[in-house]
Design a protein around this ligand. Sequence first.
Ligand code: AP5
Ligand code: MG
Length: 191
Amino acid sequence: MLNIIIAGPPGSGKGTLAKLMIEEFGFVHLSTGDMLRHEIGLGSALGKEVEAILARGDLVSDQIVISLIANNLKANPGARGFLFDGFPRTLPQAEALDDFLEKSGHPLQLMILLKVDDQVCEMRLLRRAGIENRPDDMDPERVRHRLATYYAQTVPIIDHYKKQGKFVGVDSSKTPEYTLNQVSECLKQIL
Ligand code: AP5
Ligand code: MG
């Protein structure tokens, strides 16, 4: 069983890479952003609570995303492995995930960091704004706020995984297939 985190700034290609990895390796994809947007789409109490937070590009509370992840791990007992996309984003989230996975007997193997310049991320997200209608893509200020949130709150967890010897960075500025090839090379060494 493989448990892998895909991390990187907004627009770095986490969701795009996750889709390709699922086709190739058969993971269960757990994206906290997708889960939260699903709740917003349903109009649930949780969706109503978080809608404005996502639109602004701030993080929702650790407690909310940790419980979403815990529920999804329980709901997929026979999974071949999990791909965590956009989670963890803070140190308490990273510690909670480490704890869940240690207890399951299948600790995390790798954090893959997608490396790409801010300007490229910004351009990708503003281009997507016209296609997917995500409120947080809609104007350059919000996109820059998401990038700033990433640097302030999420970048510090990279060290957490570096210290564990579980970190690899890959170039995500070229095509999605180019990114996938680099990841496949890394995975060959641990599969
Ligand atoms: P989330 O949904 O995780 O959004 P994000 O991190 O801002 O990232 P995106 O999904 O926008 O980008 P991505 O890296 O997946 O790139 P993608 O493949 O789509 O989170 C949204 C919000 O939810 C957060 O702001 C927060 O409010 C909340 N949240 C979520 N998780 C949380 C947590 N753990 N704690 C607290 N709050 C949380 O690609 C982007 C675009 O670029 C696409 O159009 C794609 O087609 C294109 N593209 C991708 N790769 C390439 C490539 N190689 N070349 C050219 N174009 C490419
Ligand atoms: Mg995404």
